[in-house]
Design a protein around this ligand. Structure first.
Ligand code: AMP
Length: 307
């Protein structure tokens, strides 16, 4: 089995009420790949970086099972740059700056070796690029998962509507689900969004967990209460990486299989927030992950006597 990840590889500058980072390596595809590689390899990547992107970063990802044939390096251009500032609750943030740079004119090319992929994870990136990757695949993957954000709803809604028609699962946060559907109730939002194409919808609610919707069912996964949330950047992508990595590993794409996958996604996201950028994801061991999954099991497991 294999996962193909499309998304940004970037520099981020992050401000939280508790600290500030310099330019650090981030990007949706980076977080997804670090997270997914704990469950499946290779993780095939499609992205673009500038000449300023550290070669060691790419080497480290490769050593973790990342396949980089689809990552273009534009030597005389600059990498995508994003900066954001978190509010006191660490659940909401403002984008301070988005410099598309190499992403502005990115034309993805799907390498021949990626053609047989089982799961396509379309990480946050321009919907036109996401669409182009879907169209270049000769055989439809067994599962197509899409992440997007308000930026693309505001600047490229027409293309986003086209992509939505071609995906199985949409993964967004609660405010994005509300913006996309023009509904406040998340149940109604889910119904509206599923009319746009996806058969399943995952709504991430930060420290309040995540919801999985299908036409007939809904499931809730909590987020682990964490002592100190240091930097939530990339938590959504790390969640997505755990979700698709686990599904690729089990091959069970049923609603029941997806229920386990969102618990795994939540467990992976809980690591991501503990340190700035991808730092925590890089030091994880199998034992850390197994212990954390066990904590999730204990968190939600209860017996109740009906009286
Ligand atoms: P998350 O916190 O999971 O929503 O993802 C944060 C990551 O998304 C950061 O590392 C950014 O580099 C990346 N990002 C932010 N805005 C965009 C955008 N418009 N397109 C692609 N990637 C983005």
């Amino acid at each position: 089995m294999s996962v193909l990840v499309v998304g940004s590889m970037a520099f981020d500058a992050i401000e939280t009420p508790f600290g500030k980072s310099n330019k650090i390596v981030g990007g949706a595809a980076t977080y997804i790949a670090w997270s997914a590689s704990n469950f499946t390899r290779p993780v095939q990547l499609i992205s673009v970086v500038g000449g300023d992107f550290p070669r060691e970063e790419l080497d480290m990802l490769q050593a973790r099972g990342g396949q980089l044939e689809g990552v273009q390096v534009k030597k005389d251009q600059k990498s995508f740059f994003w900066s954001g500032r978190y509010h006191m609750d660490m659940n909401t943030r403002d984008t301070l700056e988005t410099q598309l740079n190499v992403l502005g004119n990115f034309e993805p090319v799907v390498p021949e070796t990626y053609q047989d992929t089982d799961i396509l994870m379309l990480g946050n990136l321009s919907p036109a690029v996401q669409l182009s990757v879907i169209e270049q695949l000769k055989k439809r993957p067994k599962l197509v998962v899409l992440d997007t954000m308000n930026f693309w709803m505001e600047t490229a809604m027409g293309d986003l509507e086209k992509v939505l028609k071609k995906v199985d699962i949409l993964m967004v946060n609660d405010s994005e689900a509300r913006q996309l559907s023009a509904q406040y109730s998340l149940v109604r939002a889910a119904k509206e969004i599923m009319k746009m194409g996806p058969k399943y919808l995952v709504i991430k609610k930060g420290e309040h967990g995540a919801l999985l919707f299908s036409k007939d069912h809904v499931f809730f996964a909590p987020a682990l209460p964490i002592d100190e949330v240091f930097d939530p950047t990339g938590a959504g992508d790390t969640f997505a990486g755990g979700f698709v990595g686990y599904l690729d590993n089990t091959g069970d794409f049923s609603f029941e299989g997806m229920k386990s996958a969102i618990i795994i996604g939540s467990a992976m996201a809980s690591f991501c927030v503990e340190k700035f950028g991808t730092t925590r994801l890089r030091e994880l061991t199998r034992q850390n992950i197994d212990e954390r999954i066990q904590q999730f099991i204990e968190l939600v497991n209860f017996d109740i006597a009906l009286v």
